[in-house]
Structures are given as C-alpha cells and as structure tokens.
Design a protein around this ligand. Structure first.
Ligand code: KG4
Ligand code: ZN
Length: 348
C-alpha cells in the first residue's frame, strides 16, 4: 500500500510517500520545508504568515516528494492528512491541497490527528536508511506528548484508542521553553537553544518551582515556572553568558522533574508496558536521559523508548504511519467533500 501524507499544522510544510507492506515501511520520500527563518524575527509563529508560506511551498514540496519517490501520482492508494489540532489558517492549506489531490486522483483521504502522528513515530524501528519496521506493540502504552502546543499523558490500551489521563492546565512545555528563550533574548525556536545552554549551566543555581508536582492528578502547569524565570531575570544580568546558562539549566531541570515524575506515577497507576515521548521537546536529550534513568531505577520492568530523532519535530512521515493504522482499522477514512480542518481536534 502506498500512502501520501501531508502536514501543515504549524510552521513546517511537509509531505511524505511511504510504501507499507506488512510491518515493513519503505520511505520513498520525506520532505520538510521549514519556515523557522520567516518567523524568527517575530519570536514565534505568525499564523497568517505561516499560511502564506504553506501556500507558496505546498506544490514545490509535493513535486519534490513525487520526484524523489519516482512514482506516478496515480500510484498512491491513500492520502493521509493532518486535520488538526494546529493553527487554522495553516491547517487549511494542507487540507485543501489534500482535497484537491483526492478529487483529481480519485483517492480516499485519511484524517489524522497531529498528536496521533507524534505518538505513532514511536512505532518506527530503523532497519537501514529509509527502511523501518513497525514494532509489535505491547499495550498498555503511555505516551508523554511534549510539543509546542500540547503537554499530555496519553494512555493506549490498544492501537488507535487514546485516553488523555493528564494534560497541562495552561502553557505547553515547548511553549515554556520558547518563552524562557524569549526572556533570555535567545531567539526562536527556544527549545534547542535552552537545551544547548543548559549543558554548560548549573541546574541548581536557581530553585525554580515545580508546579503541580505534588498534585494527585496527572495534570501539568508551566506558566508559573515561566513567570518565576521572568522575575528572576529582572534581578540579574541577562547578557551574562554564565547567568543565562544557569537560568536555562535551572528552568530545564524544574520542567523535566515534573514531566518525569508524573509520567512515572501514571505508568505505575495504569500498569503500562511501554512509555514513549512524542512532540518536538522529545528531541531534548536531557529529557530522554532523565526519563530513562528514573524508570530504570524505579520501574525497570517498563520499556522506555523514543521516536527516531529525525521524526521528533513536525514531519509528514509520522502522519503516514498514523494514517496506516487508521486504514487498518477503517477509522477516519473520508472523501474530498467531507474533509474539514479542526484546530481543536482532541485525541479519542
Ligand atoms: O512538535 P513540534 O515540532 O510542533 C508542535 O506540534 O508544536 O514541537 C515544537 C516545540 C517547540 O516549542 C520547540 O521549542 C520544542 O518543540 N523543541 C524543543 C527541542 N526541540 C524542539 N524543546 C526542548 N529541547 C529541544 N531539543
Ligand atoms: Zn507537532
């Protein structure tokens, strides 16, 4: 089966073409056109500019994907598309492109939730370049979603069934990374910059709060932590490299402490077999290490694993993989008349 997938929920215009045979996934093309440069000067993603750039980039990205895959457009069997959640002007460009392709090629559409994509990136086991195997998954699975727009603990008892057992009550963790980077005037996107600075900083230099660490539920809150960073930086010298690094390290350690502890508590409560990370912040090596070490020490029977680095931030391949599981279950298959974008789409 050949799946074309399209992703435009935020600031990456992406398309991939995969051939799935049993558990084997052959990546025929995986194209991501990033808009980071465009949004950098605004310190964050500007939805209307993102949409305009998607509109400009969509056809070149599709052309590149088909050229790389070396197949005729008619050869694809399905078009998997990110329906939401995300920025509505951005989502609509991808959705409209998918509708047009579905209409002209007469191929069915598969509606994919962006977060399903981040979760299913964990199913990919690399064999060799462009060749992956889909893991034989043991449930229950717990996935900690850590992206720019979401922070959720998602429990899965079987494929394609999602139960949100905890989530942020305010900012997402990626958003907190980005805002702290903005406070330190580091630029956008802040996550990788904070991570790099934290490596040379002292995580114990500032005792930042761990919001909701002791709450009985599995929810998170990051806005108080961000505000604590803001107040601290009003007292110090933000241009001092050592000071910046200590702030970054102390912020990061506080944020990761809460994420890791809540994931551990949820894993214990629900007796899960696998714990995964999903979303842009899952690229953070300190988070991977902290999660891995905590489970190794306190819950060694649980398998902790991560998506391939290449597929941590937004990409279309993950949408194709989630789309494949949709197709396998006949879930979310639609046509060009009925497909809609939904900025608030929830996992279910
Ligand atoms: O999943 P993603 O690419 O887009 C959304 O779905 O939101 O996540 C983007 C987020 C941004 O907030 C970015 O700063 C963060 O992921 N991020 C990181 C790292 N790489 C990306 N945060 C911390 N450490 C990183 N290495
Ligand atoms: Zn994402």
């Amino acid at each position: 089966m050949i799946i074309l997938s399209i992703e435009t929920s935020c600031d990456e215009t992406a398309a991939s073409i995969v051939r799935v045979k049993g558990r084997k996934v052959e990546v025929l093309a995986d194209v991501v056109s990033s808009q980071i440069k465009l949004h950098q000067k605004f310190g964050g993603v500007v939805p209307q500019l993102a949409a305009r750039a998607h509109l400009q980039n969509m056809v070149p990205v599709l052309e590149k994907a088909f050229k790389k895959a070396g197949i005729a457009k008619k050869k694809i069997d399905y078009i998997a598309i990110t329906k939401g959640p995300g920025l509505i002007p951005a989502l609509m460009i991808g959705v409209n492109a998918a509708k047009a392709l579905s209409y002209t090629l007469d191929k069915p559409l598969v509606e994919v939730n962006h977060l399903e994509g981040h979760i299913y990136a964990n199913w990919l086991e690399k064999e060799k370049a462009d060749l992956y195997t889909l893991k034989k998954m043991e449930f229950p699975v717990l996935c900690l979603i850590v992206s720019g727009g979401h922070t959720q603990l998602v429990l899965m008892k079987k494929d394609m069934r999602f139960q949100i057992v905890g989530e942020t009550v305010d900012d997402a963790v990626g958003e907190a990374f980005d805002k702290v980077a903005k406070i330190l005037e580091l630029g956008y996107p802040g996550g990788p910059m904070i991570e790099n600075l934290a490596v040379v900083g002292n995580g114990e230099a500032f005792a930042f709060p761990r919001p909701m660490m002791g709450s009985k539920d599995f929810n998170f809150s990051f806005s108080g932590l961000k505000t604590a960073v803001l107040y601290e930086t009003q007292k110090g010298d933000k241009t001092d490299k050592k000071y910046q690094a200590d702030i970054a390290a102390s912020f990061q350690v506080a944020a990761l402490d809460v994420l890791v502890l809540k994931a551990l508590k949820a894993a214990k409560k629900y007796g899960v077999k696998n714990v995964f990370l999903g979303g842009g912040v899952s690229a953070n090596k300190a988070l991977r290490k902290a999660l891995w070490e905590k489970f190794k020490k306190e819950l060694p029977e649980v398998n902790v694993d991560f998506p391939p680095f290449k597929f941590t931030t937004d990409n279309a391949l993950m949408i194709a993989i989630a789309g494949y599981y949709h197709i396998a279950q006949g879930k979310g298959i639609t046509d060009c008349k009925h497909l809609k974008a939904d900025m608030n789409l929830r996992l279910k």
